[in-house]
Design a protein around this ligand. Structure first.
Ligand code: RAT
Ligand code: ZN
Length: 419
């Protein structure tokens, strides 16, 4: 009765909106997961869930052992320490801890038993292929973007040897060392047969970098080129980075019709003793994004900023430049409180022309929790926004809600990349 009354007033029932948001298939546009052909590079299971770098950082809030002692332990022993510190000695209420429990619960495991050996036995009984299918079904994903770096010594040989692709996994060409550490990257390119100079870069070097990018784009069938940028990144600047971007990366992206994806805001190695868990966040100068979007209107830019304080400016930039598509709430912003705030900000400034979330999952099973948590927050934002429309007398049909949610969960991204 309530629903009928609500609908006659033009207000779609909250339940109906939630159902659509919870069931619409998603393209996860940035993860660190791999096609199963990469074998052990695709992380999954309880121990990998527990040693996720988000949890390592949190565990050290409680652990008092020296960092080296922790790193000298096996993965199993590290996982046991983290389990004890974060789940047994304290209640696991942080987002990353809650994520482990949501994941186990979605997989049908009984978390209240707090039985780590039993959890390990259950995961040991799973086959990777079936587990991928199961996790993708639980998360409602139709496609997963990988992060593929030719500079990764474990990953590169797999591409070079070749393998039969799993169509659910698509590639993103990650080039951080090329753009951010040219003096070290140049000798590696030279070793791989590209005639580049590390010092005074010439047109020949730019041509060879483009040949390198073109070869890898073709080899992995890349859908975009991506780089994570430090918070203090400057562009344009009088340095080799600017020249490489202007003379090699951007022309390459134009020639191949690929967006250039930027993730500004990281402060690498704020505490190097924490290794992968030791990076921090900093406010970025987003005039970098403005200069790129304004200076290169023929290029397309995908951008997600790490700092909360950059979100408003990034939305405003997206209102100015249609070659900019903003996406995701990652790492320190992927907490419900900020996903809610950032998604509301984006909807209010950009309507539906952005991609609210990507998982950034490093462990396969995480897609289940990251998407369930995000879907719930996004659903609540939409419930409020459609209710506000209804108050004006505007009616939104369920077909229109489905269309809108499809756009948020991959449709707008695909149009942006393809158009
Ligand atoms: O969110 C993360 O796991 C970070 O460590 C980074 O990987 C970040 O997502 C990136 O792609 O650089
Ligand atoms: Zn990432």
């Amino acid at each position: 009765m309530k629903t009928v009354l609500a609908e006659t007033r033009g207000l779609p029932a909250a339940k109906q909106i939630e159902d659509i948001v919870l069931s619409t298939p998603i393209v996860d546009i940035h993860t660190h997961l791999y096609d199963p052909a990469f074998r052990e590079l695709l992380l999954w299971g309880i121990d990998d869930l527990l040693v996720y770098h988000y949890l390592v950082a949190e565990a050290f809030r409680y652990l008092d052992s020296p960092y080296e002692v922790f790193w000298s332990l096996s993965k199993t022993a590290q996982a046991e320490l983290i389990w004890d510190a974060l789940f047994i000695q304290h209640s696991p209420i942080s987002e990353a801890c809650r994520g482990v429990l949501t994941t186990l619960n979605l997989l049908g495991l009984d978390v209240k038993k707090r039985d780590l050996p039993a959890l390990r036995r259950w995961f040991a009984g799973q086959g990777v292929e079936e587990h991928i299918t199961r996790c993708m079904e639980l998360a409602g994903l139709k496609q997963i973007f990988m992060t593929n770096s030719p500079f990764d010594d474990l990953e590169r040989p797999v591409w070079e040897t070749g393998f039969r692709r799993d169509e659910r996994f698509v590639a993103g060409l990650r080039i951080d060392p090329l753009v951010l550490a040219w003096p070290e990257a140049a000798p590696r390119l030279a070793l791989w047969g590209y005639r580049v100079e590390a010092g005074a870069v010439s047109q020949k070097t730019f041509d060879e970098v483009r040949r390198f990018l073109a070869n890898w784009t073709r080899r992995i069938k890349a859908h975009y080129v991506m780089v994570s940028l430090p918070a203090d990144f400057k562009f344009p600047a009088k340095d080799v980075i600017t020249r490489l971007i202007e003379e090699a990366v951007l022309p390459h992206c134009r020639e191949h019709g690929l967006p250039f994806a930027l993730m500004p805001g990281v402060r690498r190695a704020a505490n190097p003793q924490l290794k992968l868990a030791g990076d921090g966040v900093g406010l970025s100068d987003l005039t970098v994004v403005q200069s790129l979007c304004a200076g290169y209107p023929e290029n397309k830019f995908l951008v997600t900023a790490l700092a909360r304080e950059n979100q408003h400016e990034l939305c405003v930039l997206a209102r100015k430049f249609r070659n900019l598509h903003i996406f995701g709430c990652w790492w320190f912003t992927n907490v419900p409180y900020l996903v809610d705030e950032i998604t509301r900000l984006r909807v209010e400034l950009l309507g539906l022309s952005f991609t609210p979330q990507h998982s950034d999952a490093r462990v396969l099973d995480q897609i289940t929790y990251k998407w369930q948590h995000s879907r719930r927050v996004i659903a609540q934002v939409l419930v409020d926004k459609y209710a506000a429309l209804a108050q004006t007398g505007w009616h939104v049909s369920s077909t229109e809600i489905e269309r809108d949610v499809k756009d948020l969960f991959g449709g707008a991204f695909e149009r942006f990349c393809g158009g």
